[in-house]
Every structure is written in structure tokens, then in C-alpha cells.
Ligand binder design. Structure first.
Ligand code: ACK
Length: 281
């Protein structure tokens, strides 16, 4: 990246975290807030300010910065800068004035303002962004959290993939990771049931986004993500240690039940949950 314009911007920002003015909050998430920010006169950007008390947020920050600075594609959000001075963590992106596809489709006032042509173009843009990650990056990248809230729209409604905190370049390394990542309703069944992660997991999520674009409705989430994670952790085949059972498991069951049996029960529960949550209302 050395010598490119964006490299210069990283450097400037690293040295002067206080040189932008927050204008207004664009939105909030578990990670912190996204602000509209002004740098020089007339120059706007979106700034994600992370809540760094959280170790996961710090890891995701680093992961996102490392990946985004390698991408250059019209359907992937551009990284303009970042800061990791002291305990502050900021990521600066190009501003996407039309917000997320989720807000466009399901937001309070916008409803069905997207025409069919626009929806087709958004689907195509999303597919192009994914194709870049899967086919043209070396090593290939799996996004792992594709959903309508991570597809952002610029002033001309061009769609770009965002939020690479959970993205991975080495699916094999992740296979043994007990922690379920992603968003219920978009998670591929083979990943939910067996932890099998491939680029097809993103393709499944893309299918859910297509259904949202066609029907204009959100995928159903019957269980809270934390409940889902507990159940999936419970059901994962790597689980052999009784002490690792999640706290929602009754202590009597935890201490007396045969672990193989427990695993089967967990798997059935996940299957039931999966059947209930993967359709559109
Ligand atoms: O749906 P939204 O309006 O678009 O609300 C969410 C919120 O921040 C939390 O993610 C918005 N957002 C995120 N990144 C950007 C960006 N680069 N430009 C404009 N809005 C953004 C997103």
C-alpha cells in the first residue's frame, strides 16, 4: 500500500485522532457507534468508534483493518483510515449516504422505496463483492457475516460489502473453533450443525439476502443469538469436556448425563431451532 493515497491518509489519522468532528450518530451496534464525521471543510466520512473494553471488539478491529487495507473493489467498502492509539479504536470508511440495505428494506419510513431494477442491481453488486472475496483474493476470504445490515448503499445506490470483523482467510483453522459466529437467520445449516465453514456459507447468506430483496421481509429469529450459541456449543462434536457445558444446562444434568447422549439431544435441538428460524414470516 506504500505510496498510495490511502496510505497517506492512514498515517495522518494515526497521528491525529482528534482531527475529525463528529457530526451525528448514523447507528449503533454491539461494537459501539458509527458517526458521520467531517475531516476537512467539505470532506465527510463514516467513523466506527469501538467499545474497547471488549476483547472480541479489539480482535475484530484488527481483523477488519488488516483485511480491508488489502481490498480494492467497487463492491467492497473502502477503508480511509484507522486509529489504534492508546485504548481508542476508530475505523474510517467512505460515507455511504443511503445507509444499509436492511434500513432501506425494513426501516421505519422507507419501506418499499427500492424499485425492482434497484433490487436487481443490489443483488448483482453483492454477488460481485462476494465473487471478489471468494475467487480473486489470495488467500480467498469468507465474510462469515453477510446480511442486509452489512450491505451498504452509496449515493447512487451502488451496494458494497462491509463489516469484515468476523471474516477469515483460513476456513480450516476455524473449523475447530467452538464459537459460533454469524447472525441467526443467515447462518448456513451445515455450519450451525457441524461447524463446517466454507465459502458456501456466504452463498447461503446471500440466498437469504435475495429472499429479503424479493419478499421485503426479514429472516425470522426465534431464539436470541446467545441462546443459539449456547445450544450450538453444546452440540458441537468437539465437546468432550463436561466443564465446558454452557451455564444454561441444568447442573444435575451436567453432572450426571452421558456426554454422547447430551450431544445427540443438543443436535436435535439445533435441528428444531434451525427449522423454525430459517424461513421468512
Ligand atoms: O442502516 P444504517 O443507516 O447504515 O445504520 C447502520 C449503522 O451505521 C450501524 O452500522 C450505518 N453505517 C455503517 N457504516 C456506514 C457508512 N460507511 N456510511 C454510512 N452509514 C454507515 C448503517
Amino acid at each position: 500500500k506504500e505510496g498510495s493515497a490511502s496510505f497517506m491518509e492512514y498515517k495522518t489519522l494515526e497521528k491525529s485522532t482528534n482531527k475529525f468532528h463528529q457530526c451525528n450518530i448514523l447507528g449503533e451496534g454491539g461494537f459501539g457507534c458509527v458517526y458521520k464525521a467531517q475531516f476537512d471543510v467539505g470532506s465527510f466520512a463514516a467513523v466506527k468508534k469501538l467499545n474497547c473494553a471488549n476483547q472480541d471488539a479489539k480482535r475484530e478491529f484488527q481483523n477488519e483493518v488488516d483485511l480491508l487495507c488489502k481490498f480494492k473493489h467497487p463492491n467492497i467498502i473502502s477503508l480511509l483510515g484507522f486509529s489504534s492509539e492508546n485504548e481508542m479504536r476508530f475505523i474510517v470508511y467512505e460515507l455511504m449516504p443511503n445507509g444499509s440495505l436492511e434500513t432501506q428494506l425494513h426501516g421505519p419510513s422507507r419501506g418499499s422505496s427500492l424499485t425492482w431494477d434497484m433490487r436487481m442491481k443490489i443483488a448483482l453488486d453483492t454477488a460481485r463483492g462476494l465473487e471478489h472475496l471468494h475467487e480473486h483474493c489470495n488467500p480467498p476470504v469468507i465474510h462469515r457475516d453477510l446480511k442486509s445490515s452489512n450491505i451498504l448503499l452509496d449515493s447512487a445506490f451502488n451496494a458494497k460489502l462491509s463489516d469484515f470483523g468476523l471474516a477469515v482467510t483460513d476456513a480450516a483453522q476455524n473449523k475447530n473453533n467452538l464459537k459460533l459466529s454469524g447472525t441467526l437467520g443467515y447462518v448456513a445449516p451445515e455450519y450451525l450443525l457441524d461447524g463446517k465453514l466454507t465459502d458456501k456459507s456466504d452463498v447461503y447468506a446471500f440466498g437469504v439476502v435475495l429472499l429479503e430483496l424479493i419478499f421485503g421481509r426479514k429472516p425470522v429469529e426465534k431464539l436470541a443469538p446467545a441462546q443459539c450459541q449456547s445450544i450450538v456449543t453444546w452440540a458441537m462434536p468437539q465437546l468432550t469436556d463436561r466443564s465446558k457445558l454452557p451455564s444454561i444446562v441444568d447442573p444435575v444434568i451436567r453432572d450426571t448425563m452421558d456426554l454422547k447422549h447430551l450431544y445427540q439431544v443438543g443436535k436435535l435441538l439445533v435441528k428444531k431451532m434451525y427449522c423454525e428460524c430459517h424461513y421468512l414470516v
